[in-house]
Write a protein of this length. Structure first.
Length: 408
């Protein structure tokens, strides 16, 4: 089943849940009258998707908060927890919770997309050349990237003619389908999983400019690995700022893992050398290396990063196993520019996209996949220690696009 078929299936399931809920409200007189403001038409599709699964539709009148879902830290992102069904929770519940987390984390982006599409559709009564030019600008404004916007618009010109689509709902759904199809096609053979070594030490290098969330992401990932039973160590190789060392130490204490550190202003490569030696001696599974906030145009800092990699490879020839570029999703096209320049100067193996829940610019994921062909490996979907999630292309597609479909 393709991504768009899955999105349609999820969309229909939500609409069925809404109908069942409306029927229940009609049977039980409440303050919600027939003109209570609930619009079952186009407006409902453009807001955040409902957070109560279809199988629990009878529990809506009682927003019980006392019982948390099975995965306790993820409750920060779930507005209404699973009510009074703990003894019947299926084994797939963690997957459902993960998808809810994506839907919640993409809420701002989804609303922005929806508003832009609503404005576009309201201004045009016919699908003509002016419409396609406006669509192009709408997509660029939604941070999907210039090249992506051009390609979607060109493909749509032919598709709308073939389908003879005239109604606004048909045209919008066709646009969404084209975006999803392109997103899926560009991700073929893409590996979004972290390269964890089955035997021996795995070394991951984190790079990126200051302020994007490198140290925080390292701390959260260390916690996740520790919880899964791995022996984890951290290397505080950002020696240019004493505050960065202290921040990583705090995260190490929070996650319960050892931090190898040096003096502020010292040689970052020396810290990494010590960290690798200690990790090998103590039988660590994972070593996460924090580096300075390297500006892309600072050649000396890039050279320092290469020196760190050479030091690692003296002890482990196939390391580092990941070079993860951390970018801030809230910066939109600036994140795209950073990714382009780092890709040109460093052997980046994947991206960590932080603060996705706090931005309306989540469309940048489409631009990164379609134009840079760099896999997104981790996404930040909240501020909690458990809110750094492995990137799931399907959950992202459903979380973003499901709420944009319209009933035809």
């Amino acid at each position: 089943m393709g991504f768009f078929d899955r999105i349609k299936k999820a969309f229909k399931a939500d609409k069925q849940a809404e109908q069942e809920q409306d029927q229940l409200q009609e049977e039980v007189p409440t303050e919600l009258s027939e003109d209570s403001g609930i619009d079952s038409g186009e407006q409902e599709v453009s807001v955040a998707t409902p957070e109560i699964p279809a199988e629990t539709s009878v529990s809506e009148p009682e927003p019980i908060v006392e019982s948390e879902p099975e995965i306790e830290a993820e409750a920060e992102s779930v507005v209404i927890p699973e009510p009074v069904v703990e003894e019947t929770v299926p084994m797939m519940e963690p997957e459902k919770e993960k998808q809810k987390k994506y839907e919640k984390g993409l809420e701002k982006t989804r609303k922005t997309f929806s508003q832009r599409f609503n404005e576009l559709m309201a201004n045009f009564r016919s699908v003509d050349e002016d419409f396609f030019e406006e669509l192009e600008e709408t997509l660029i404004g939604a941070d999907v990237g210039f090249e992506t916007a051009i390609k979607i618009t060109e493909d749509l010109r032919q598709e709308v003619k073939l389908r003879n689509a005239k109604k606004t709902a048909e045209v919008q759904n066709t646009i969404i389908e084209k975006m999803v199809d392109l997103y899926e096609a560009e991700g073929v053979d893409e590996n979004n999983a972290l390269n964890i070594q089955p035997n021996g030490l795995t070394v991951m290098l984190f790079v990126g400019v200051n302020g994007v969330g490198k140290t925080t992401s390292i701390g959260k990932l260390a916690h996740e690995f520790k919880e899964s039973g791995k022996k984890v160590m951290l290397a505080a190789a950002d020696t240019f700022r004493a505050g960065a060392i202290d921040q990583l130490v705090v995260w190490g204490e929070r996650a319960g893992v050892e931090v190898v550190r040096g003096n502020a202003g010292g040689d970052p490569a020396a810290v990494v050398f010590d960290a690798v030696a200690r990790a090998k001696a103590e039988g660590a599974d994972i070593l996460l290396v924090d580096t300075a906030g390297r500006l892309q145009n600072k050649v000396n800092l890039m050279n320092e990063l290469e020196k760190i990699k050479r030091v690692i490879q003296r002890e482990l020839p196939d390391a580092p196993h990941e070079v993860l570029l951390v970018v801030d999703a809230t910066t939109g096209q600036n994140a795209m520019a950073q990714a382009k320049q780092f890709k040109e100067t460093t052997d980046v193996t994947g991206l960590v996209l932080t603060k996705l829940d706090g931005t309306a610019k989540g469309g940048i994921v489409l631009a990164i996949r379609n134009e840079l062909h760099l896999p997104v490996k981790l996404v930040g979907l909240g501020e909690g220690i458990n809110d750094l999630e492995p990137f799931d292309a399907n959950d992202f597609a459903v979380g973003l696009f499901k709420g944009l479909l319209r009933e035809e």
